[in-house]
Design a protein around this ligand. Structure first.
Ligand code: PMP
Length: 283
């Protein structure tokens, strides 16, 4: 069935939605994106995503083409028009179309595209079985804190994982884990929950921020610091966070079981807390 999507001010059937071949998103990956989950037909942590979008645009010296209220309205309209109960809304803003030139064009109109994707988020097999990950070197560019659409290396990482019989890859730089191909990486060591500190080496996950806050509110001990691949392999538990995976346990790294090789209690508890709280606060 055809979806209704949003392109530059219009709601259109997906077959009629067009973007120029000169769009800098297409030619230079000169664009940013956000993925906001939908639960019970409502948006999860919309404000967090809207704030990060503003930051990403600012870092790339791109104008914010729509206000936060406009964006919320478009997100809601798409969810409504497509009857999405569970799934996500994808948003992409590029610098727009211009003659091909490495220098940023002056006066280009940003391209704004949004579409919905239905998917089960709560009842996901991986939440119960846990994920198997493999490690790969982190060969991405140095500004991973900007949520750009240059996702080819993470995409290659996901394929490398699949070929190795795993579900995903954790990227490693100087022996320390940066993050997953499309998620933030966490481990549990004793009573401490550990995730890498913020910086330019990782994306500042919206789910990461929420889970950190919730863990602290639940009096859990959290440490924001680098952890090595060796430490992860010897950890009691491991898990990932992202807008669409919420909190999902990791049970194997490079073929070695993490802890007992089954989803751990901390990851399971945090997943419950996250879903309950986000469901109640969704807009
Ligand atoms: N790191 C990377 C590299 C990602 O692509 C994502 C998801 N887009 C995340 C972390 C998780 O971020 P969020 O919780 O905001 O979805």
């Amino acid at each position: 069935m055809s979806r209704i999507v949003y392109v530059n001010g219009e709601y259109l059937p997906e077959e009629e939605a067009l973007v120029s071949i000169f769009d800098r998103g297409f030619l230079f990956a000169d664009g940013v994106y956000e993925v906001t989950s939908v639960l019970d037909g409502k948006l999860v942590d919309f404000d967090g995503h809207a704030k990060r979008l503003e930051r990403s645009l600012g870092e790339l010296e791109m104008d914010q083409p729509l206000t936060r209220d406009d964006l919320l309205e478009i997100h809601r309209e798409l969810v409504k028009r497509n009857n999405v109960v569970e799934g996500m809304v994808y948003l992409q803003i590029t610098r727009g179309a211009a003659d091909r030139d490495f220098a940023f064009p002056e006066g280009a109109t940003p391209t704004v595209v949004l579409f919905t994707q239905e998917a089960p988020l709560i009842e996901k097999p991986a939440a119960k079985t846990g994920l198997k990950v493999v490690s790969i070197p982190d060969l991405r560019w140095g500004r991973r804190d900007i949520k750009t659409v240059q996702l080819l290396y993470p995409s290659m990482g996901k394929m490398a994982a699949k070929k190795a019989g795993a579900d995903d890859a954790w990227m490693v730089q100087d022996e320390f884990v940066t993050e997953g191909t499309s998620n933030n990486a966490w481990i549990v060591v004793g009573n401490a929950i550990v995730t890498r500190h913020l910086g330019t080496e990782i994306l500042h996950g919206i789910t990461r921020a929420a889970v950190l806050r919730m863990a602290r509110e639940a009096q859990m001990t959290v440490e924001e610091r680098p952890f090595s691949l060796a430490e992860a392999k010897a950890a009691d538990e491991a898990f990932i966070t992202s807008a669409s995976a919420f909190v999902t346990p990791v049970v194997e790294i490079d073929g070695q079981p993490v802890g007992r090789g089954v989803p751990g209690p901390v990851a399971q508890r945090l997943r419950e807390i996250y879903i309950d709280e986000m469901r109640a606060a969704a807009v």
